[in-house]
Write a protein that binds this ligand. Structure first.
Ligand code: NOJ
Length: 738
C-alpha cells in the first residue's frame, strides 16, 4: 500500500527540478521509475486510458462516464477534444487532485491548423515545398501549445491512390517519396525545438495501410502484398520514426486478415527494426472494434492482443480501463510490459515539462497574442497560394494583371466561409476564412462586382442559371467557383462518384458559351473529374480548401501577384472506371497501347491515362531545361541541369527527377520520384540545379527483402510524371550494401 508520506517525499523531486528538459534519457528513466514505484495497478492503467472531452466527439462515444470523477481518481491519463487554455486548465486541475497528481495530456486533431487554418494537407502536398509545409506545422504547434494542447494527431501519412476515399484530403497524395519529405517537415515543425513551450508532440497516423481500403470505402478491408506495404505505405512512417516522432496512431483497417491495431508484423518493424520508443495510441475505439472485425473473441481478448502487440494508449474503447488490470493479475499481460508503456507516457509528460508546471501550456494571455496573429495569417496566405494548381490557361488568359471594372462572381462556394476551411478543423465552427468575394471587394472597392450563387450545392435547382449567365455575359471577367462543400471529403466521406456535380458543370459550360473571359476555380478535398470543363474552360485553377486566407490567396494567383507553382500530388482521373490510376504503376508484360485493340492492357471503352498526371501544373512563365547530366559520387547519384526562366513572369519551377530500375529480382514501377526542388527564377535568368539522390533512396523491398542500389536504370527529368524532357541510362555497380 502506497502512503501519502511516500508521495509527498517525491513531490519536490517531481515538480521543482528547473532544468528537467535538459536531462538525458537515463534521467528521464530514473524519474519515471521513481513515479512508477509509487503507482498502483489502477493508476498505471489510468495513464493508458484516453477519453474525449465533453465538448465534441470525433467518433462514436459509447460510454457515459463521469470524466471529472475519473480524472480525480487518476483513471484518465490523456484526453482529446478539450480546447482552449481555460478548459484544459480546468480539467488539469481535476487530474492534479488525484492521489499522485500526475498531469493529464491533451491531444487534438490539429490536421491543417488550430485556429489559423491552412490548406488541407493534400493541397499542401501540391506545393511540393517541404519548407513551407514545415512553417505551417510550426504555426499550428504554437497556436495549439498556447491553448493547452500538448499533442497533435498529425501528420497523417497515408499514401493514397484512390480519390474516392474521403480521407485523401488529410494526406500527402500518391507518392511515398513526397510523403516522406512532408513527414519530416511536419514533424520538425511540430516538435522542434521541443523545450520552448511552443512545441507539441506529433503523431504519425494511421499505422498502417489505411488508405488501401478496397473500393475507396472508408474503414474497408486492406489486402496488400509485402512489397506494396514496404514500398508504398510504410516509407513515410519509417521516416517519422527516424525523425524522433513522439507517437504513432494505429489504423482502423485490417491488413491481410489481422486488424492493424494488433498486427504483429508492423509493430515488430516499428519497435524492433525502427527502434521506436515513443507512444502508440489506438485510433478511436479501434481496440473494441477488433471484436467487430471478427478477430477478437471479446473486448478482453482485444485488450490483450492490442496491448501485447504494442498499443500504449487506448483511445475511447474503455478496454484498457476495463480489462488491463485483470489481464495483469491473470498473468496474460506482464507487469513489466505494463510498466514500459506507462513509463513512455510519463516520460513524454516530463519532456513537455508538465511535471514542472502542469499548467505550462494553459496561458490565456499568450493564447490571445498568438492565435491568428498577423504573422500566422501571412504564413497561411503563403501556403495557400503555393497550393493552388494552374490546370488550364488557354490563350494565356491568366494572370489578370489589370482587373477590369465589371466582374461577375458565380457559385455559392465563392462566398462560403465554412467551405473554405474544409473538413477536419477543430475550432472553426464559426469560420473566419476570407472568401473570394470578400477578398475581391476588399482589394477592388471601385469595381462593380456582381455575385450570383447560380447553383445549389444541395439540390438540382437550375433556377439561378439565367441570372448567372446574364451577369457573366455583361461582365469583363467572370470567376466561377465550383466543387465540393466542406463535408464532402474527410473521414467516412467516401464517394462512389467524384465527378463535379453535373448541375455545376452545366452552369459553367453555359457560361463559357457567353464569354471567353471566364476563370474556373475548383474547390474540394480530393482530385475530382470534370472533363468537359477541362476541354472548354479558358482557365482552371484547382483551389482545394485553402483555409483562413483562401480568398486572398486565390486572388494573388488570379492577378499574377503569385505565379502558380503547385503540382498535382495525386493523379486526376478522367473516368471513374480508371480508379485507381497512379503514376508509379508497374509496366506489366503487356502495357497499354491505345492503338492496339488486341492483347494490350488498355480499356476498350476509355483512355487509360489520367486527365492530369502526378507532378502536372502550369505556370504563367516558361522554363527551359538544358545541360542534363548524371554523375555517380560516393554514396549518391547527382543529377544536374541548367534551368532558365524564358517567360514573361518571375516564378518557380518544380524540377522533378524520376528513376526506373529496368530489371531485377522484383519488378519496379515505370517511374519513381527520387528528387524534386522548387526553383525560383526571375524572368530571363538561369540557374544550375543539382539534385542528389543517396543510394539508400534507391533501395526497394523486393521479392526476397530489401535491395541495394546496384543495377541498370533510366534516370528522367520531367515536367511531370509523363512529360519527360531528358532521360539517360545509368548502371550502378560497386555500391552493394550502401
Ligand atoms: C478517428 C480518426 O481516424 C483519427 O484520425 C483521429 O485522430 C481520431 N478519430 C481522433 O479524433
Amino acid at each position: 500500500m502506497k502512503t501519502k508520506k511516500a508521495i509527498c517525499a517525491i513531490l519536490p523531486f517531481l515538480f521543482l527540478s528547473a532544468s528537467i528538459l535538459a536531462q538525458d534519457d537515463t534521467q528521464w528513466n530514473t524519474k519515471a521509475d521513481s513515479i512508477l514505484s509509487l503507482m498502483t495497478l489502477d493508476e498505471k492503467v489510468g495513464q493508458l486510458n484516453m477519453l474525449t472531452g465533453n465538448w465534441e466527439a470525433t467518433g462514436p462515444v459509447l460510454t457515459d462516464i463521469n470524466k471529472a470523477e475519473s480524472l480525480k481518481q487518476g483513471r484518465i491519463g490523456s484526453m482529446l477534444n478539450v480546447k482552449g487554455s481555460k478548459n484544459t486548465r480546468e480539467l488539469q486541475s481535476l487530474a492534479l487532485q488525484s492521489r499522485l497528481g500526475i498531469p493529464v495530456l491533451f491531444g487534438q486533431d490539429v490536421i491543417h491548423g488550430y485556429k489559423t487554418i491552412f490548406p488541407i494537407p493534400l493541397a499542401q502536398a501540391a506545393s511540393f515545398d517541404p519548407e513551407v509545409i514545415g512553417r505551417a506545422a510550426r504555426v499550428s504547434a504554437r497556436e495549439s501549445a498556447v491553448s493547452g494542447i500538448h499533442w497533435v494527431f498529425s501528420p497523417m501519412l497515408d499514401v493514397s491512390r484512390d480519390p474516392r476515399w474521403g480521407r485523401v484530403m488529410e494526406g500527402p497524395g500518391e507518392d511515398p517519396f513526397l510523403a516522406s519529405a512532408i513527414a519530416k517537415a511536419m514533424i520538425e515543425g511540430y516538435q522542434t525545438p521541443f523545450d520552448d513551450g511552443l512545441s507539441v508532440m506529433a503523431c504519425a497516423k494511421h499505422f498502417a495501410a489505411y488508405s488501401g481500403a478496397i473500393g475507396g470505402r472508408d474503414y474497408n478491408t486492406v489486402d496488400v502484398s509485402l512489397q506494396t506495404l514496404h514500398n508504398l505505405y510504410l516509407p513515410p512512417f519509417k521516416v517519422a520514426a527516424e525523425c524522433g516522432i513522439a507517437s504513432f496512431m494505429s489504423a482502423f483497417n485490417e491488413i491481410n486478415g489481422i486488424p492493424a491495431t494488433a498486427h504483429p508484423y508492423i509493430y515488430n518493424l516499428l519497435y524492433k527494426d525502427w527502434n521506436f520508443d515513443g507512444i502508440v495510441v489506438s485510433d478511436w475505439g479501434a481496440i473494441r472494434e477488433m471484436v467487430v472485425h471478427g478477430y477478437s473473441k471479446d473486448r478482453k481478448q482485444a485488450t490483450e492482443q492490442a496491448f501485447n502487440t504494442g498499443i500504449t494508449i487506448d483511445m475511447e474503447s474503455n478496454c484498457y480501463s476495463n480489462y488491463l488490470k485483470e489481464l495483469v493479475e491473470e498473468g496474460r499481460v506482464t507487469e513489466a510490459t505494463l510498466d514500459r508503456a506507462v513509463k513512455q507516457v510519463l516520460i513524454w509528460k516530463m519532456k513537455l515539462g508538465l511535471f514542472d508546471d502542469p499548467y505550462k501550456y494553459c496561458d490565456e494571455k499568450r493564447e490571445g497574442e498568438e492565435i491568428l496573429s498577423a504573422a500566422s495569417r501571412e504564413t497561411a496566405r503563403d501556403v495557400a497560394r503555393k497550393s493552388i494548381i494552374l490546370l488550364e490557361n488557354k490563350n494565356a488568359i491568366l494572370p489578370i494583371v489589370n482587373m477590369p471594372r465589371d466582374i461577375a462572381v458565380i457559385g455559392s462556394l465563392a462566398n462560403s466561409k465554412r467551405d473554405m476551411d474544409g473538413n477536419w478543423v477543430s475550432l472553426s465552427n464559426e469560420s473566419i476564412a476570407v472568401t473570394l468575394l470578400e477578398a475581391l471587394k476588399q482589394r477592388y472597392p471601385a469595381s462593380n462586382i456582381t455575385f450570383i450563387a447560380g447553383y445549389s450545392t444541395s439540390a438540382d435547382d437550375r433556377s439561378g442559371f439565367g441570372e448567372a449567365i446574364e451577369a457573366a455575359r455583361k461582365a469583363d471577367l467572370t470567376l466561377i467557383a465550383l466543387g465540393e462543400t466542406w463535408n464532402m471529403s474527410g473521414e467516412a466521406r467516401s464517394k462512389g462518384d467524384i465527378n463535379i456535380p453535373s448541375i455545376q458543370q452545366e452552369l459553367a459550360t453555359e457560361i463559357y458559351e457567353v464569354t471567353p473571359h471566364a476563370v474556373t476555380l475548383i474547390m474540394g478535398g480530393r482530385p475530382t473529374i470534370f472533363n468537359e470543363l477541362s476541354e472548354k474552360s479558358p482557365a482552371i485553377l484547382y483551389c482545394w480548401w485553402l483555409g483562413t486566407e483562401a480568398g486572398n490567396a486565390i486572388l494573388d494567383v488570379v492577378t499574377g501577384e503569385y505565379n502558380p507553382s503547385a503540382r498535382v500530388p495525386m493523379s486526376f482521373p478522367k473516368h471513374l472506371g480508371q480508379i485507381p490510376v497512379y503514376y508509379n504503376h508497374k509496366n506489366t508484360g503487356r502495357p497499354p497501347v491505345e492503338s492496339d485493340r488486341n492483347y494490350s492492357g488498355r480499356y476498350i471503352d476509355m483512355d487509360h491515362k489520367p486527365r492530369y498526371p502526378f507532378g502536372f501544373g502550369l505556370s504563367y512563365s516558361e522554363f527551359e531545361y538544358t545541360n542534363f547530366q548524371t554523375e555517380v559520387k560516393p554514396g549518391r547519384l547527382v543529377v544536374s541541369l541548367n534551368l532558365t526562366n524564358t517567360g514573361l513572369y518571375d516564378g518557380a519551377e518544380l524540377v522533378q527527377v524520376y528513376v526506373r530500375k529496368l530489371w531485377g529480382p522484383s519488378t519496379r514501377p515505370v517511374k519513381e520520384l527520387k528528387g524534386f526542388r522548387q526553383v525560383f527564377l526571375k524572368k530571363g535568368t538561369s540557374q544550375s540545379v543539382q539534385i542528389e539522390i543517396p543510394f539508400s533512396d534507391l533501395s526497394y523491398y523486393e521479392a526476397d527483402g530489401w535491395s541495394d542500389a546496384e543495377g541498370d536504370y533510366k534516370v528522367f527529368i520531367g515536367r511531370n510524371a509523363t512529360d519527360i524532357i531528358f532521360e539517360a541510362p545509368l548502371t550502378l555497380s560497386g555500391c552493394k550494401g550502401l
